[in-house]
Design a protein around this ligand. Structure first.
Ligand code: PMP
Ligand code: GLN
Length: 379
């Protein structure tokens, strides 16, 4: 008989909600992906790369020109040089980056600190490696980290501390003080930091992204993980990367070689061109900030109350003025009765109350946001 390795893990909430949105013909503001096209030049660059014959296995660590472009980009933006030869691994999305990294680092009996609401991919991967997730709960409306809470759970068994800035689903972003606190905590443990920075280019209102790579003491023992899917509106292409000091990187690659071996080389070449051309991806933040502001303007006068959104392409809305239902019930009614799909927070939480909030993705055409808002105004 089969004995599940993840007996308490259900189907990803993103699959569940996108399927329900389809079934009910609802406007899908649930799973995080754009409903508009990526740059045609990017598609053309991939096609050109395929025509040029880049159709066989890419190098295991990633196409050299992409690793070089990433190394230069990270150095220019965050001031740390990762050796393209030995410190960058291109993965099948940040998802594989997280899987390979956590699998490489976590041993049976290890504890891994997760800040919750926690992105759904972290906990199960820790469990698969025989580790124990130890949750620290962030509280609304700001969902800032209470570092004393983190300090309290860090023990000699803590192998990894996972952080995520900008934070999915809450839109919280780390500031300098957060990094100072994290640095202080690391002084009394030999834990490694895994920093999920897939929304690094989506930070709003004049703030800047505080990458772990900017802080040498932390970066010396950290894996920084990012993804091209968000920045280039290509979530379906599933390419990301891990940057880490050589010894850690070697362990990540040791796992990566048997998860996917290598990822799509033609797409890697196209990304390399785009990263070189515009390493700061400077247009992405104003683009999404305008989307956020439009969405907020459009739902003004509704009974939903927006929570602060400082980064990512998600807006959390408090529905306590509408209903006292649990989030998983209310979100279903929103689909069936009002034709809008969102994401409940409960799947991101373990033993903590999600409160009356849902996550809405605003990576959508203005027209989609307009139609969704019309419906939300009726709720
Ligand atoms: N981490 C976070 C916080 C995410 O929101 C996502 C999904 N977009 C991922 C990782 C996975 O990224 P990818 O699609 O590149 O696998
Ligand atoms: N990261 C995306 C989100 O938060 C979804 C990714 C996925 O579907 N696995 O909506």
């Amino acid at each position: 008989m089969i004995q599940s390795k993840l007996p308490t893990t259900g189907v990803s909430i993103f699959s569940v909600m996108s399927r329900l949105a389809d079934e009910h013909g609802a406007i899908n503001l649930s799973q995080g992906f754009p409903d508009f096209e990526c740059a045609p030049e990017l598609v053309a660059a991939v096609a050109a790369s395929m025509r040029e014959g880049h159709n066989q296995y890419a190098p295991m660590l990633g196409v050299r020109v992409l690793r070089e472009a990433l190394s230069d980009k990270i150095e220019r933006l965050y001031g740390r040089r990762y050796d393209p030869e030995s410190e960058i691994t291109v993965t099948c999305g940040a998802t594989e980056g997280l899987f390979s990294t956590l699998t490489a680092l976590v041993h049976p009996g290890d504890e891994v600190v997760l800040l919750q609401p926690a992105y759904d991919a972290y906990g199960p991967v820790v469990q698969l490696s025989g580790g124990t997730p130890v949750f620290v709960t962030l509280r609304g409306p700001d969902y800032r980290v209470d570092w004393d809470d983190v300090r309290r759970v860090v023990t000699a068994r803590t192998r990894v501390i996972v952080v995520n800035t900008p934070h999915n689903p809450t839109g919280m972003v780390f500031d300098r003080d957060d990094l100072r606190e994290l640095g202080g905590i690391l002084e009394r443990t030999d834990a490694v930091v895994v920093s999920d920075e897939v929304y690094e280019h989506m930070v709003f209102d004049g703030r800047t992204h505080e990458s772990i790579a900017m802080y040498p003491d932390i970066a010396d023992r950290a894996v920084v993980i990012s993804s091209f899917g968000k920045t280039y509106h290509t979530t379906g292409w599933k390419i990301g990367y891990c940057a880490a000091p050589r010894a850690i990187s070697a362990e990540v690659a040791r796992v990566h070689q048997f998860v996917t071996y290598a990822v799509n080389g033609a797409i890697q070449r196209a990304y390399a061109e785009f990263v070189r051309r515009d390493p700061t991806a400077g247009g992405v933040a104003p683009f999404y900030q305008a989307k956020r502001d439009l969405f907020l303007r459009l739902i003004e006068g509704s009974r939903f109350r927006p929570l602060p959104c400082r980064g990512t392409y998600f807006q959390m809305l408090d529905y306590s003025a509408i209903s006292d239902e649990q989030d998983s019930d209310f979100v279903l009614r929103l689909i069936t009765d009002h034709g809008v799909a969102a994401i409940p927070l409960s799947p991101f939480l373990h033993g903590a109350d999600p409160g009356p909030v849902l996550r809405f993705c605003f990576a959508k055409r203005d027209e989609t946001l307009r139609q969704a808002a019309e419906r939300l105004l009726e709720v």
